[in-house]
Write a new protein. Structure first.
Length: 352
């Protein structure tokens, strides 16, 4: 059964405590342009992909006097994120396009910045700062094998572009060519990705909200799956929404797992991911504890959703500690405690 997601998630403000945390860890940085500045466009054209399909992005247009200032400030943001923030490289940069997303909760701007000396380019995303999305980004940094770069200042969030092939594109275009060994490898990665999302309560991982990262080793191709959308961090009440295996968009992946892996292997990969997550949590214990403290005191969901998730995750884990959870932050705290406790018990048994 397909999980049901709320039609629109509200934007939650960033609390003073979360701002203090972001400042301590170098995420709260003064920037020269804000999300609302980019909303002052006066025209737009539709953006189509290489197959002439509407992407639902529009390329926005600004008056000349506005565009010059916006371009300069976006280049400064690029240097803040990717260099030392100095103006040295600004003459070598060009803002090729500013696109606006017309769907979804975050309504982001996508900025294409090109180095005119070598034509290499990258993207930045400018969004309204939303507390739940920021928690999602930080948890990705601390609990996943991936690093993410983002900045927050006042009501604006700047995110780096995450490289990879969008999941829906990969499933549609690349699945037919996969070898048996590649199918097994991708199945393993999906099991681990599914487990990680469930434990850290990252929801709505439909195929267009994650990417496949393809790396060429000397004798094989390696595949990883990583999230690119953190809007649904700890918001919904249904546990299934935090389990990618239940979305119809991922049905082909689920069937591949069933065909490629034995039940014992699935259990093994789930256990591996829980152990890795517990190790990451331990290695970043102080920072993670401060983040969770902010999250526990924060309101990033509706009371009825907290009650529903508390009930469902207690039934799923059989851990009575979840009965005490009064916020999404507390549910996540108990979920991580549950995983870490089991990891420590296993290792204590092995050592003894």
């Amino acid at each position: 059964m397909q999980p049901i997601i709320s039609f629109k998630k509200p934007t939650y403000p960033v609390t003073e405590a979360l701002y203090d945390y972001l400042t301590e860890y170098g995420r709260n940085v003064v920037i020269p342009v804000f999300y609302d500045d980019l909303l002052r466009f006066t025209g737009s054209v539709e953006v189509f992909d290489k197959n002439d399909n509407d992407t639902l992005w529009i390329r926005v247009l600004y008056p000349d006097h506005e565009r010059e200032n916006i371009d300069l400030n976006l280049k400064k943001i690029y240097t803040i994120m990717h260099s030392d923030g100095s103006d040295y490289s600004i003459p070598h940069l060009n803002v090729d396009a500013i696109d606006y997303c017309t769907f979804g909760n975050s309504r982001p701007f996508r900025v294409k910045i090109r180095n005119i000396l070598n034509d290499n380019y990258t993207y930045l995303y400018v969004k309204k700062a939303d507390a739940s999305r920021i928690y999602g980004l930080e948890l990705e940094e601390l609990l996943s094998p991936n690093k993410v770069d983002f900045l927050v200042h006042e009501d604006t969030l700047i995110e780096e572009h995450i490289l990879g092939i969008p999941g829906d594109v990969f499933i549609e275009d690349h699945f037919p060519q996969l070898t048996i060994q590649e199918q097994k490898q991708i199945s393993k990665e999906f099991v681990k990705f599914n487990e990680r999302c469930t434990i850290r309560l990252l929801g709505d991982m439909r195929s267009y909200n994650y990417v496949f990262v393809v790396s060429h080793d000397f004798d094989q191709v390696q595949y990883r799956i990583r999230a690119i959308d953190f809007d649904q961090q700890s918001y919904e009440g249904a546990l299934k929404i935090y389990r990618p295996q239940f979305f119809k968009e991922n049905a082909k992946l689920v069937k591949m797992v069933e065909k490629s892996l034995h039940e014992e292997s699935i259990f093994q990969y789930k256990n591996e991911e829980r152990s890795l997550l517990a190790k990451r949590a331990r290695s970043s214990q102080n920072r993670l504890q401060k983040l969770i403290e902010c999250m526990v005191a924060d309101k990033i969901s509706k009371p009825e959703k907290v009650v529903q998730l508390r009930h469902e995750i207690k039934a799923f884990t059989k851990d009575i500690n979840f009965k005490k959870a009064e916020s999404m932050g507390e549910i996540l705290k108990f979920a991580l405690d549950f995983v870490i406790r089991n990891y420590e018990n296993v290792n204590t048994y092995i050592v003894s």
